[in-house]
Write a protein that binds this ligand. Structure first.
Ligand SMILES: *Cc1c(COP(=O)(O)O)cnc(C)c1O
Length: 458
């Protein structure tokens, strides 16, 4: 018999989590205006809202915290992080920021101006937010296969090269400051981008003379999928694959709260000294001096260690197998999920799950609410609420995919927790035909509304 996978860590410290009754959850959710972001964490039993900043740091990371150097300028922690970025990612220049969106804010302050167009693959919500806030446009060039949850494709996160080239052919070049590639493609379901695709995008970028930026939150998971699925990479280490990936990039933004397994932090890294110098001005204004940029010395130390651990095969293998364990259980219950399973989360196809709820009543949000009421499990809507209104017409945007994302924090929950989640969702699935009504928006903010939106039952 083949040995099953098992976690490549053991538990040294535990944190209590609380169960609750359905009655309590009904009351809490009403008070939260049916927005799961408004629930205090003690009202959640298993929290799959996000894998961002929710992972468990290792003993080595905690040890590195104790060695943090809190000097304002030139701390050893800054140099530790600089070395890790140079060695693992290959960038000469970097700026620390307090998290990923801050990295976007600083870099886009240099690169994006009103009227610009930024082609990429399913831009992340904060990325799109920072682009649209500058009155520029994010153009989604993701391959069509990504939008069909029933279709199998090894690299569903990839960019359609023809769609990308069309953007260049139909628009003035000076309107396109760079191409952005999100690895893995979060909004398409944590789907990876192939090395071949990174290479092909690089060719287009060279042809038109524009830089390529990697939005890198889950770059290590992307490398893991390349190792598992792309010809020629099976025998390479994750770090070798990562090095090749970044050989095709000019710059990167990073949310360290994902694959670098820290609770807060981010950075920008780049090859160009010119961009670095321009970004430095904004970093000092928005984030902090260049050798800490919104991070404590101890946090930079933990991040340097996390970059190393997060790019080890063992770490990635047990993580991605756990995500696949959840996906496998849901599939065995007949629940429609995005396939192949993503790296950091299982994406439940809410349109197929709740066919009786019209899209105007937000089926994915409705399903996330039902799952919480059933079990105290918190997932998140990745659908029409998150998609915001069109910045010009102010009409609701209805993306092709309505997902409930069940994001798995790194090294945090056991497979027993995962089993609980799967059964909870099955119970909702068994009564799916009785769920005919969704929710309506009562109050919303003009951008990134899903964080604060207030809803009511239809
Ligand atoms: C999380 C994330 C960001 C933003 O990072 P924060 O640390 O949450 O600010 C940007 N892009 C992608 C792909 C992400 O997953």
């Amino acid at each position: 018999m083949n040995l099953p996978y098992a976690e490549t860590y053991r538990i040294k410290m535990v944190e209590a989590i609380k169960t609750s009754s359905r009655q309590e959850r009904e009351k809490w959710l009403k008070e939260a205006h049916y927005n799961l972001f408004n629930l205090s964490s003690d009202k959640v039993f298993i929290d799959l809202l996000t894998d961002s900043g929710t992972g468990a740091m290792s003993d080595k990371q905690w040890a590195a915290m104790m060695l943090g150097d809190e000097s304002y300028a030139g701390s050893s922690s800054y140099y530790n992080l600089k070395n890790a970025i140079k060695h693992i990612l290959g960038f000469e220049y970097f700026l620390p920021t307090h998290q990923g969106r801050a990295a976007e804010n600083v870099l886009f302050s240099v690169l994006v101006k009103e009227g610009d167009m930024i082609p990429g693959n399913s831009h992340f919500d904060t990325t799109k937010g920072h682009i649209e806030f500058r009155k520029a446009k994010a153009i989604d060039c993701t391959i069509d296969e990504a939008f069909d949850t029933t279709k199998f494709h090894d690299f569903k996160g990839s960019i359609d090269i023809q769609k990308l080239e069309k953007v260049f052919l139909e628009n003035p070049l000076e309107k396109i400051p760079f191409i952005i590639i999100t690895i893995t493609n979060n909004n398409a379901g944590g789907q990876p981008v192939s090395m071949q695709n990174l290479r092909d995008v690089r060719k287009i970028a060279d042809k038109y003379g524009v830089p390529v930026v990697f939005d890198s939150a889950r770059f290590a998971e992307n490398a893991y999928f390349i190792k598992k699925r792309e010809a020629g990479y099976a025998d390479k280490t994750i770090k070798e694959i990562v090095a090749e990936m970044y050989s095709y990039a000019d710059a990167m933004t990073m949310s360290s709260k994902k694959d670098a397994i820290v609770n807060i932090g981010g950075f920008i890294a780049m090859k160009s000294r010119e961009i670095y110098e321009k970004a430095t001005v904004f970093n000092i204004m928005f984030e902090g001096f260049i050798t800490y940029g919104g991070m404590a010395g101890r946090d930079m130390n933990a991040l340097a260690q996390g970059l190393d651990e997060g790019t080890e095969y063992e770490t990635l293998h047990s993580r991605i197998e756990q995500v696949a364990h959840l996906g496998g259980l849901l599939k065995s219950f007949g629940i429609p999920v995005q396939e192949p399973f993503g790296g950091h989360a299982i994406f439940v196809d809410a349109k197929r799950f709740l066919p009786n709820v019209p899209k105007e009543e937000f089926p994915a949000q409705t399903l996330a609410i039902e799952l919480y009421l059933e079990s105290g499990v918190r997932g998140v809507e990745i659908g029409a609420i998150m998609a915001d209104r069109d910045p010009i017409t102010r009409e609701n945007r209805f993306p092709e995919l309505e997902f409930v994302r069940l994001a798995i924090p790194r090294r945090t929950y056991t497979n027993n927790h995962i089993n609980y989640v799967a059964v909870a969702l099955k119970n909702v699935f068994d009564r799916r035909n009785e769920i005919k009504k969704g929710v309506k928006i009562v109050k919303e903010s003009p951008i990134l509304r899903h964080f604060t939106v207030e809803l009511d039952k239809v």
